[in-house]
Design a protein around this ligand. Structure first.
Ligand code: GLN
Length: 177
C-alpha cells in the first residue's frame, strides 16, 4: 500500500500514475492513515501550507519517525522542501532554495539526464533546487543546479514527474518499496 499525502497540492496525478503501475494507493490526511504503508509520496504544492497542515493534523511526528525508520519516499517540489527544512520534517540532509528560479523563470521544462533512467522530461513550477546536496547521491542537474537526489530510501525532486506521462521515476520509487 502506497500513501499519497493529500493535505494540499498536486496529489491526484501521483495517485493516477501509481495506480497505472499497479500499486494500491491510499490518501493520507490523518495519522491513522499511515498504518501499514510501504511507501509514501509527498506531492508538490505549497510547502508552508503543507507544513502547517502536517503539524495541525498530527501527521508530522509519526511520519518523521517512519521516514527515519526507512519508509521509502518519493518527494516532489514542495515535498522536497518538507523533507529538507528543519521546521518541517527535517529528515533529508540537504539545503534547498525555495522559489529558486525567480518569477520570470518560475515555470519551465527541461529534458536532462536522470541517473539510472536516461534523458527525462522535467516540469518545473516555482521550483526549489538543492543548493547543497551534502553526502546525498545526485540524480540530476539542470544548468549546473542539483534538481534530484537520493538518500537511503528517499528520492527527492525539484520537478513534477507526475505531469509528464513518463512514469519511469515512479517505477524507480516502487522498485525501492
Ligand atoms: N514554490 C512552492 C513552495 O515553495 C513549491 C512549488 C511546487 O511544489 N510546485 O512550496
Amino acid at each position: 500500500m502506497i500513501g499519497v499525502l493529500a493535505l494540499q497540492g498536486a496529489f491526484i496525478e501521483h495517485e493516477k500514475t501509481l495506480r497505472s503501475l499497479g500499486a494500491e494507493v491510499r490518501e493520507i490526511r490523518q495519522p491513522r492513515d499511515l498504518a501499514g504503508l510501504q511507501g509514501i509520496v509527498l506531492p508538490g504544492g505549497e510547502s508552508t501550507a503543507q507544513g502547517k497542515l502536517l503539524r495541525e493534523t498530527g501527521l508530522a511526528e509519526p511520519l518523521r519517525k517512519m521516514i527515519l525508520d526507512g519508509l521509502p519516499v518519493l518527494a516532489t517540489c514542495a515535498g522536497l522542501i518538507l523533507l529538507a527544512e528543519k521546521e518541517h520534517l527535517g529528515v533529508l540532509p540537504v539545503t534547498v532554495r525555495r522559489n529558486a528560479y525567480g518569477r520570470q523563470l518560475g515555470s519551465f521544462n527541461a529534458k536532462k539526464e536522470f541517473k539510472g533512467i536516461g534523458p527525462y522530461p522535467m516540469v518545473f513550477i516555482r521550483a526549489p533546487y538543492v543548493s547543497d546536496p551534502g553526502q546525498t547521491e545526485v540524480l540530476a542537474k539542470v544548468g549546473g543546479r542539483v534538481v534530484a537526489v537520493r538518500h537511503k530510501k528517499i528520492i527527492a525532486l525539484s520537478f513534477h514527474p507526475e505531469l509528464t506521462g513518463d512514469n519511469r521515476i515512479h517505477r524507480m520509487f516502487l522498485d525501492t518499496v
